[in-house]
Design a protein around this ligand. Structure first.
Ligand SMILES: C[S@@+](CC[C@H](N)C(=O)[O-])C[C@H]1O[C@@H](n2cnc3c(N)ncnc32)[C@H](O)[C@@H]1O
Length: 218
């Protein structure tokens, strides 16, 4: 998007509330990847509209987005999965510090190895995919069957800093990943059971809903 429009839109963004700002600062300081502000604001607004009762998040990091989701929909519960030991400890600390242990359940482990445990805790009204970028298709295939009828799948980083369009923008080691995300986007766009909109907010967000019986899906 035009840089001036980006600046204008950022100027309309409210500053983060203090306790979330602290986690944003921690993530910046320690180079923990968390959702961009515009992306998280968009995700929160989608959840406020949808009012999910139960959310699955793949990729907790230090708990920033899980806490943000509860902030948007205080009556929801979140199951979130993380495999990195240090981040698990930090996320648990934040959930406890902000008194959200009853609302957020953290599963420690690789999401693709915890499918049974994740399934038992479902179904889910919203699934947020924000973990290993090369595994997006597998995450979608494994967890989308756990969606309720009106459920949605939200995928972050579908633009991967613009590299899905021009991979020369990123270092060589990330170019393969950019190719995988590009493949995922096309696969998702052609999925016969889901309708998806790809939104250029934050690092790019895809929102997928189930195709309803009786709708004309050409
Ligand atoms: C981009 S960060 C998540 C950011 C977080 N959603 C936020 O915005 O606050 C991705 C996280 O997913 C974790 N991860 C990657 N692949 C995973 C997997 N297969 N199972 C569980 N966690 C995974 C990484 O360790 C990393 O902490």
């Amino acid at each position: 998007m035009n840089e001036k429009i980006n600046q204008y839109l950022s100027g309309l963004q409210k500053p983060s509330i203090e306790w979330l700002l602290k986690i944003e600062e921690e993530a910046n300081r320690d180079k923990v990847p968390i959702m961009e502000r515009s992306g998280i604001d968009f995700l929160k607004q989608i959840l406020r509209i949808q009012q999910p009762k139960h959310i699955l998040e793949i990729g907790t990091a230090i708990g920033y987005s899980a806490l943000q989701m509860i902030d948007a929909v205080p009556n929801t519960t979140v199951v979130t999965v993380e495999r990195d030991h240090d981040r698990i400890q930090r996320a648990k600390f934040h959930f406890e510090q902000y008194d959200r242990l009853k609302k957020i359940e953290l599963i420690a482990g690789d999401a693709l190895e915890c499918v049974e445990e994740i399934s038992e805790k479902g179904p889910y009204d919203a699934i947020f995919i924000d973990a290993a970028k090369g595994q997006y298709k597998r995450f979608f295939d494994c967890f989308s069957p756990l969606l309720t009828d009106h459920g949605i799948v939200i995928t972050d980083n579908i633009l991967f800093h613009g590299s899905v369009v021009d991979s020369s923008q990123v270092p060589k080691r990330l170019q393969k990943l950019a190719g995988k995300i590009n493949q995922y986007n096309h696969w998702l766009s052609n999925h016969s059971d889901f309708q998806t909109i790809f939104v250029p907010i934050g690092d790019g967000i895809a929102i997928s809903t189930k195709v309803k019986e009786g709708s004309i899906n050409e």
